[in-house]
Design a protein around this ligand. Structure first.
Ligand SMILES: C[S@@+](CC[C@H](N)C(=O)[O-])C[C@H]1O[C@@H](n2cnc3c(N)ncnc32)[C@H](O)[C@@H]1O
Length: 252
């Protein structure tokens, strides 16, 4: 059993990043450009030619790392690393180093730019704090850390997301919450010693994750019925702000 299987929270077939269904993955594809732009802008705050270490936590098949390298690989001496818990997503790559790693464990190196995109909510609320602490511990003194995740807009919506998440991941009975609100993420990072430096508001129309979840997970007919009941046939909504953290607060 792989490390990922053992925590029972990976998606079907490890297919993330291969985009087998254009419809369900469009939301995530559409958002890549603005997310990569934010990472590139942070990299460009460094002097040209600098040696920089970039890591994508839960970076799956490396799509974001590849785009970052395409954008600024000629301007900087960048070592790019993808750390992911799911061994099936790792690959041989001429430039990017893919390593199996659980973000709940201290990271193998320090990094100037850390990206964690759609990673946090795979982990319980308590685990998210550990991940934030690990990010802070691995961030160089002038480093930039990006948390980009689907965030429920309020407590009520979060409650429904948690219920769905439990149903989806067959973790019924768990009292842990998975989806953090934006202020909770900021508080976790602050407890880890990092402050919000910039916030790029959501560039996406709030989307319905209902069809996405149905497509992504192997649901039995009963689980599908339960999901519909949970959601009361009302789509859940979320937003995806880009949250950038540094050691010194620059937010107004
Ligand atoms: C929804 S995918 C996002 C992939 C990629 N970051 C992107 O934005 O396209 C979540 C990824 O996080 C990984 N993951 C979940 N929990 C993890 C953990 N504790 N440590 C490392 N990777 C984790 C999963 O294996 C999966 O590849």
């Amino acid at each position: 059993m792989s490390l990922a299987d053992s925590i029972g929270r990976v998606d079907k077939g490890g297919a993330w990043g291969q985009f087998e269904s254009e419809e369900t993955d469009r939301t995530f594809l559409d958002s890549e450009e603005s997310h990569v732009s934010a990472l590139v802008a942070a990299i460009r705050t460094y002097k040209k030619g600098t040696h920089l270490k970039f890591v994508d936590l839960g970076g799956a098949t490396g799509r974001i790392a590849e785009q970052v390298l395409r954008a600024v690989g000629n301007e900087y001496d960048i070592s790019a690393t993808v750390l992911d818990i799911d061994r099936r997503k790792l690959k041989e790559h001429p430039v990017i180093s893919f390593t199996q790693h659980d973000a709940r464990q201290p990271f193998p190196d320090s990094y100037d730019v850390v990206c964690a995109r759609y990673l946090l909510h795979y982990n319980s609320y308590r685990e998210q704090q550990t991940i934030c602490n690990n990010i802070a511990a691995a961030l160089t003194s002038h480093g930039h850390a990006f948390l980009i995740d689907t965030i429920p807009p309020d407590e009520n919506e979060r409650k429904r997301w948690n219920e769905v998440c439990e149903a989806m991941t067959r973790m019924k009975g768990s009292n842990e919450k998975f989806w953090s609100l934006e202020e909770e993420i900021i508080t976790m990072m602050s407890a880890a010693g990092l402050s919000l430096a910039t916030r790029v508001p959501d560039d996406l129309v709030p989307y319905s994750a209902q069809d996405f979840w149905k497509a992504r997970y192997d649901l039995t007919a009963e689980q599908t019925r339960n999901l519909d009941t949970l959601l009361e046939c009302k789509p859940v909504v979320g937003s995806v702000p880009i949250l950038e953290f540094t050691r010194t607060s620059r937010a107004g």
